[in-house]
Ligand binder design. Sequence first.
Ligand code: TRP
Length: 452
Amino acid sequence: MEKYNRSIWIISKINNGLSNAKKMIRIDPWASRQYDYEKLTQFGIKKFENEWKDLPDPPFFYRRGIVFGHRDFHKIKDAIKNKKPWVVLTGLMPSGKMHMGHKIVIDQVIYYQRIGADIHIAVADIEAYATRGYSLKEAEKIATEEYITNYIALGLKPCNIYFQSKNSHVKDLGYILAKKANWSEVAAIYGFTGSTNMAHVFAPFIQAGDILHVQLDENGGLRPTLVPVGVDQDPHIRFCRDIAASHRLYSVVEQGGRTGVFVKGDENVEKLLDIAEKIAKEHGYEYERNDAYKAIYMDTSDVDEIDFELAKEERKLGNYGFIAPSSTYHRFITGLDGNKMSSSRPNHAIFLTDKPEEAKKKIWRAKTGGRISIEEHRKYGGEPNKCIIYELFTYGLIKDDKELQKIYEDCKKGEQTCGQCKKLAAQLMEEFLNDLKERREEAKDRIKEYLK
Ligand code: TRP
């Protein structure tokens, strides 16, 4: 298994002393460390490699394993296949300049927009204020001039981009959701301590508000929701899924090919069981009702369908009935020196607003998978898996898979040299940056079409 020792946000592994079978990992979305992607799949994130093959025109970030993990992606596939409505919600952190690593999430959003998703993008200005020390004004400027402009230039069509601080649905929902989480739980997930500022403590609730507000009736209603994010955001996803579930009246689980429906509270149990029973009957499913267990077991494996229908019933009763959001996770692009790509290390990042000459200089200094001398390179062959230039190719600089494959093989055989690759990378980057710059000029006047 290839080990990605690429730097991203932290993972600290705490050995669970009670059982050697599982290690608990904690991902801290506000810190940064090195990380090994394969491990994540052991903790509830599922591998993405078998999910995408039947989607329309699989894009490069699927084909090349950049999007590597997911939770509940089947709900999204089902919506696509059956032409039912679905929604994408993701967020941008308005801090620093946008670099090549930030591009990957918007590439995904653009693809989902093309295949029919309703797109919502949160500008995390409250989070930037609470956790990064920006004022809301500064965050607004960075978001519009830097991020949104580039998003449009990259090809995003009009959609809903909003600021957290200006969206009362999101903020209200964050507050409402917070009722079902307590301090110990939140502190344990995020590592908050007594000296964490309270705006920071509240940031995950705002993010849950972002993710779930698109299921409110005013914003499109109940439907499968996809949140494409970098893997550092998984704590927020898990937290949001848990909190969505805790606002439900039912829990719906698969049990040995059957669907178990359980009423969660002690109120209206009979009425809620009646509703579930009615659904079973309408579908013609065999079922078993057990009032003592507050449960109905249905002979169907279509858990999602039952869950969705019950969620709708909950909403009719005046509750939220959120369906748990799905997510995908992408790898982070490596910085040009082999450590993390970050706006705080400008010499090792390629920014979307870099001049081609600057980008070229950085590319020439980048770490490659080449050997120490050309003779050795010819003799032993290069190591594309360790090469940052090759990684830039895979992140979209080279569009054609066959061309990419050929470079990979020629490098391994020692036939393609680092000089050749760097030259090609510089040239492709120049075209990309020049083109984007032009498109940014046009994008500037169109920003209002995206902000509600
Ligand atoms: N926390 C995210 C980040 O640091 C930004 C964000 C805010 C977000 N709200 C979101 C991401 C909702 C996905 C969904 O980049």
